[in-house]
Design a binder for this molecule. Structure first.
Ligand SMILES: NC(=O)c1ccc[n+]([C@@H]2O[C@H](COP(=O)([O-])OP(=O)(O)OC[C@H]3O[C@@H](n4cnc5c(N)ncnc54)[C@H](OP(=O)(O)O)[C@@H]3O)[C@@H](O)[C@H]2O)c1
Length: 241
């Protein structure tokens, strides 16, 4: 069990959706949360709520570097790579925009790797530390319409698995969180059943406290089970979307 009281958490994308809920829940458990975001208004709102904030666009290397510069020598116990974005990349609909594609790949994959690389030395100095990478059920099996988004999440899942093996036996645990479809600005344009972000955040924080390796949130449990029985079937089901 990891006691979150007094822990310092760096949480990317803490101004909206699942991240904003994780920020509130971590604070309620006595953690000191430093959160990052991009848009000024939600950042100001978070500051009013008592959070320390860092403004950073994570679509290029400058974002992670600005976060590390703003932290100075401050100790960090928990790094949560939650910020993520989608991008239109469906050749059946339009020619993809390459700049937007690169920005998505950088934010979803390169920035977590960069933050881990820059912050691991200070995580290693703590008595008990954790890295949380938020991927997606789509990291298990991709859909058809979001080729680049799915690829970034599958890559971050793969990276998390290698990193966990590298850090086995150290003070740093690696948790991969795989949310299902959650009701946030990211999924605003789609219908269907969506998990409330509070509940998704609750399950991730719970897994963090328990020192788990992976948390399959909500319907991702079913996808994971199907995939373990038949990867081909899981792929076939998900590629219908
Ligand atoms: N919602 C879902 O159904 C779902 C499902 C599976 C996985 N996930 C993953 O869960 C995580 C959180 O998703 P969410 O639905 O809560 O998203 P969200 O509501 O859109 O919030 C995303 C957060 O990340 C920040 N962010 C996004 N792109 C950024 C960038 N390039 N640079 C800096 N900050 C950036 C946003 O800040 P600004 O608003 O200021 O840009 C915001 O704080 C993501 O990694 C997402 O891929 C979500």
């Amino acid at each position: 069990m990891m006691d979150l009281t007094g822990k310092t958490v760096l949480l990317t994308g803490g101004t909206a959706g699942i991240g904003a809920q994780m920020a509130q829940q971590l604070k309620a458990k006595g953690a000191q949360v430093v959160l990052t975001g991009r848009s000024p208004e939600p950042l100001a709102h978070a500051r009013k709520d008592g959070f320390e904030t860092i403004a950073a666009n994570l679509s290029d290397p400058a974002g992670a570097d600005a976060i590390v510069a703003a932290l100075g020598a401050r100790p960090i116990d928990i790094l949560i790579n939650n910020a993520g974005q989608g991008v239109d990349h469906d050749f059946r609909e339009s020619v993809p925009d390459l700049a937007a594609t690169d920005a998505c790949i950088y934010a979803n994959l390169n920035t977590p790797i960069r933050l881990i690389t820059l912050l691991l030395p200070r995580l290693r100095e703590r008595s008990a530390a954790a890295i949380v990478n938020v991927t997606s059920g789509l990291a298990i099996a991709p859909n058809t319409g979001s080729a680049v988004y799915c690829a970034t999440k599958a890559a971050l899942r793969s990276y998390s698995q290698s990193l966990r093996a590298q850090l086995a036996g150290t003070n740093v645990t690696v948790l991969e969180a795989l949310p299902p479809v959650v009701e946030t600005q990211m999924t605003a344009s789609r219908g269907g059943n969506k998990m409330p972000p509070e509940e998704c955040a609750r399950q991730i924080i719970d897994a963090l406290e328990q020192g788990r390796d992976q948390v399959n949130v909500g319907m991702v449990k079913v996808l994971s089970l199907v995939h373990s029985l038949s990867p081909g079937l899981a792929r076939k089901i998900m590629l219908r979307f």
